[in-house]
Design a protein around this ligand. Sequence first.
Ligand code: AMP
Ligand code: GLY
Length: 427
Amino acid sequence: MNVLVIGRGGREHSLVQKFAESHQVGRVFAAPGNAGMSQVAECIDTSEQDFDGLVAFAQESNVGLTVVGPENPLLAGLVDAFQEADLPVFGPTKAAALIEGSKHFAKQLMQEYEIPTAGYAAFSDVEAAQAYIKEKGAPIVVKADGLAAGKGVVVAESLDEALSAAEDMLKNGQFGDASREIVVEEFLAGEEFSLMAFVNGSNVYPMLPAKDHKRAFDGDQGPNTGGMGAFAPVQALNNSSYAFAVEEILKPVAAAMVAEGRSFTGILYAGLIETSEGPKVIEFNARFGDPETQVVLPLLENDLVQVMMDVLDGKKPDLTWSEGVCAGVVVASEGYPGAYEKGRPLPEVEVDDDGFVVHAGTAWEDGKYVSSGGRVLLIGSKGNDLAQALDRTYQSLHPFENQSDFFYRRDIGRSSVSSAASHADIE
Ligand code: AMP
Ligand code: GLY
């Protein structure tokens, strides 16, 4: 069978790597893909938004399964276009992707179906929003309703910061249509983790929990990014929290989507905070997380094509996870998430059998890889435990150590290693 992955980032590179391992896969295509992906896939020069082009390609090339990586084409109805053409596709329809596309919709759904999340109110009027913010006080969180490329959330430590965030979004149109409406929500304190699941209607098959690191710099300092590194599974998470997240969050929300006539098929991603009252939802995404996917998929022992076909057929997929831990650290262009230079040559990277390199923003020029995006690579490794996975990963990062064109966080997973170690000391 031929498969097609839509997207151009690290998440999609991981997907094509996994598909390329499958014995039942003939050709792997990526649209548009990236320089790294072209090592394992045939990259097609068709953009994620060219629905007619993608449908025609899938028909002509005998594609038996298409997987959509990013949120924008999902929200624009790419899955609907494939379904109308009777092409097998793994991902939510436009109606179902709204769980990511509108924070207000997601909050209403959670409130109505009693799914644990932060208390909130939604506003389109700036005065009303500011009155609510003053009544509640800081810290408080202000979110643009729609997609804002990961920049639409302000965790305000002061009242002034929250008031001006509301003004920027509602009055000054900071994110255009995406901030015509905002959600103002209670600040939740606790450890964050991500839980992704294969979903078809009310059937939910969870993956391992993962931890992303969203801030640009060590010690969780600096601006929010798309994610600077991740590891899985999150061993600090106790079993009852994991079970709670599956039973009281993912399963009820999948059932709620069915009840609302927005039955969800694809990957449902819950961004969660483990509060003193148990896990609560920060956000839902309608797709694989990036960089979580890059550290979760290497631990999956099953054929991912078979898993997705089973889920689409309404069957329970086999999900077997290897022992051990997988970690990954993002190499970013200096300046990211602000302005950065492109076209910088990348040094050679060596990894051992447990290690891997995932390309996010690279191009191939004059016989070498150069940078072409903010997040450039993710370098990762499996290990028997988190400390070993991280040691191997950081070994492979040495070529980037003194490169002024690139930077990476030196502390991915570190606080979790030390808390695991201190648990061991106590026991
Ligand atoms: P999001 O784009 O919704 O993932 O939010 C970006 C980041 O803002 C999250 O990863 C959290 O660190 C933080 N955040 C969002 N909502 C809350 C909340 N209610 N309480 C505390 N932190 C939050
Ligand atoms: N890692 C967060 C996301 O994919 O949205």
